[in-house]
Each structure stands twice: as C-alpha cells, then as structure tokens.
Design a protein around this ligand. Sequence first.
Ligand code: UD1
Ligand code: CA
Length: 455
Amino acid sequence: MYKSALILAAGKGTRMKSDLPKVLHKVCGKEMVNHVIDTLREAGIDDVNVIIGTGAQKVEEATESKNVSYTIQNEQLGTGHAVICAKEFLENKKGTVAIFTGDAPLITKESVIALIDFHENNNNKATLLTSILTDANGYGRVIRNSENDVEKIVEHKDCDENELKVKEINAGMYAFDIEMLLLALAKLSNNNSQGEYYLTDVIEILKKDNHRVGAMAVPFEETLGVNSRIQLGQVEEIMRNRINEAHMINGVTLIDSKNTYIGADVVIGNDTIIYPGCVIEGKTTIGRDVVIKGTSRLENVQVGDRTTIDNSVIVKSKVGEDTSVGPFAYIRPESTIGNEVKIGDFVEIKKAKIGDKTKVSHLTYIGDAEVGESCNFGCGTVVVNYDGKKKHLTKIGNNAFIGCNTNLVSPVTVEDDAYIAAGSTITKTVESGALAIARAKQINIKGWVNKKRIK
Ligand code: UD1
Ligand code: CA
C-alpha cells in the first residue's frame, strides 16, 4: 500500500545552545535530519514531508537534494501541533503514515520496515517504538495497564513518582492510520506542564476510543534522541562504530577503528587499509587495495584502486589508480590526478589536471593548469597563476621536463617534449622539443675573492 512519512524537525533545540537548528547538527558528517530521510527512503518510503519551523530556510537548503516536501510550523507549540500543521499533507491520503523525529538519527531501515509491517499486520491504529533505557531521564514513559497493553505515554515533566520509575520509553517514532490520527489530533489539548500539544497524547485518545494501539521494542541505541551536545557526542560514537564495522565486514582494514572517522556516505573497496586519525568525509569513494596513511583528510574525493595517500589533504578532487600522494601534499578542489602519478611531499595542486605517469615529486605549486602525461617537475616549480586580479591557465603537453625552480608565468604554454632549464622564468610558449633557458647568464670573475681580501 501507499506509504508516506513525516519528520518532525521544527523545534529549536534549546538545550543544544546553538544558532544552528538542532536537526542540522551533523553526525558522522551528515545532518541528523538527512540521516533520517535517507533511512526512510532505504525502507521504501518515497513520500517524505519534513515539518520545519526554527531556521526553516536553513533546513530546506540542507535537505534540498533529498526531494522531500515541507510543512511550515510557524510557532513551536508541541509535537502534536507540528503534525496538525501537516494536515494538508495527510488529508488526501489513506493507510499508514510513519512519523519520526529529526533528532534521532540512529534508527535503522530494518526497524522502520519492521514497525510498518507490525503495525499493518496487527491492524493497529497506532504503533509506537519503545526501548528500555537505564537512564530514561527526559523521555516520555510508556505506561501499560494490568494486561500489559500500552495505555498512554506520559512526558517526563508530567510523570508522577511511580511513572518516573518506568524504564520503558517512547522513542518518538510511530506508525499511524492516517484517518484515525487526524481524528485524534482534533481532540488534543495543551493541558500539561509544558502547555504544549503533545503527539504522545494521541495514543491515550485512541486507546480510550477502543482502537488498537501497539508497541514494538527496538534496541535502545536506535531510539537515542539528541537534545544536548553530550547526547550528540554519544550518538556520533555509536554511528562511527556502526559505519566502521560495516566497512570492516566489507573487507576494509581499519588499523585503529576507534580513531578513524569515516562519513556516513563514504564507499570503500575491499583490501583497502586505513591508518589511525584519517578523516574521510562527504561523498568520497575509495577503490580497492588503497592505502591511506598518517592523518590524511579526504573530502568529496574519488580515489582509484591501488593508490597510496600519506599524510595529505585532498578536497573535491579525483585521484586515479596506482598513484601516490604525499607525504604532506595538499590537493585542492577541482583537481584531477591521473593514473600512476606521483605527487610528492609539500606539493600543492589546485584546479589542475595532471596526466598519467607525471611526476611532481617535491615542493611545487601547480594551480589552474592542464598537464599532460609523463611529465617531470623538478623541485620548487611554481605555476604563477595569479596576476593580482585574475587567474590564468597554464598548459603543459606530454613528456615535458620542467627543471628545478622554474616559474611558469600564466597564461603560458609548454608543448610536448619541451625541456625547461632549471631556474627559468617562462613567460612565452616553449615549442615542442625545444629547450628554454630563461635566466641570467652566469659570469665568473677570476681572482675576485683574493682582490677583495687585500682590500
Ligand atoms: C519527544 C516525545 C517523548 C519521547 C522523545 C523521544 C513528545 C511530546 N514527546 O520528547 O515522548 O520520549 O521525543 O526522543 O512528543 N518538534 C517540532 N515542533 C514542535 C516541537 C518539537 O517539530 O513544536 C520536533 C523537534 O524538532 C524534534 C522532535 O519534534 O525533532 C521532538 O521534539 P523534542 O522537543 O526534542 O521532544 P522531546 O522532549 O525529546
Ligand atoms: Ca528529542
């Protein structure tokens, strides 16, 4: 049957003490709300509506690529009020709607699927996910009757002494029959300690009207919500372990998995080895048999098979196969490094294409350039790409030899098989096969030293 989901993401998150809307705080490099959206999608729910309010524009921007619709909740009068605001989204629909919160990113696709199946197979009108926490502080408690059926949820702040002792908590994740949900929402009141319209009260309303309400337990980890930076840190650690374990199961070696930081959307081939302290973020894809050493950072990078990266930073770039980068290289955005290339120590590459088998071994800057195959850059080459106002392009053909300490003043072209003498400052095209020498001629003054000494 047709399935849709709501994500509550309008709250301010006062306890975070942040200017950023709570659901945009990142866990393993991805905004919490985007974790939830991706999980719902993986569970097969296409039609996702996100309820936004605090920092609405920022949340929309951050979720732009996810193809979701939005409901605006202008005033944050509670989770129940948030769902009432989404009436338009719900009204023409029938069947099940899943409701999740944008601040609990550890829920898994398996649990989402299990919740909906359990809800529908039991003909429930409402089903909630619960778990047992040793520290239930802050969560709504699940109150069961003598038959052990769920009777109601009582928010922490509204609990009496006995209710506070209950360890079974409401995860804030539900499946509802849409028609029944809308009817129950119309009966909500804000007569509670926080003066809010609680979504949790829908459970008691449905139960009192003799509708079937169910609960399904999930591992406690999956229900952890983030209300403070301490909880954010705890959730980050659990997510990090989960991601790292998944890579290890897939055949990736993490030498110290507790100290390896891999983003939620990173893909890594098997037999790749990652050393401690590496940070691999964004939409990064790493091939097979790759070695990433030292404390390298890769962000939105594609790395080919059998490449080695040592103590380097690579951002928004492509690195080919059988290539070696570092130690201590910096590859800046929009660079494409070919196959069997060597980018050595203290080399900076920016917005440049480096052809296959080219060697840039040490202390060199290449920016705004297209470099062909099998070139050799001597130590200390500088592409002088900036004239103070504009960046210019340098083109270097195949098999060019750039001597040590060369300046290539852009825009300039070095054709195939050209050779540049060390210490040259090149300002004009070097034709194919030519040797360019562009430096002051050496003069030796005989006996100069002795004369100087006599003086
Ligand atoms: C909520 C539940 C609680 C549960 C807990 C699980 C209610 C009343 N309580 O409490 O039973 O144990 O989650 O984590 O539902 N939001 C809006 N609009 C609002 C208020 C909140 O969109 O007006 C959003 C928030 O952005 C957040 C989510 O709803 O993503 C939950 O709100 P929050 O204030 O964190 O609720 P809790 O106190 O954690
Ligand atoms: Ca919460």
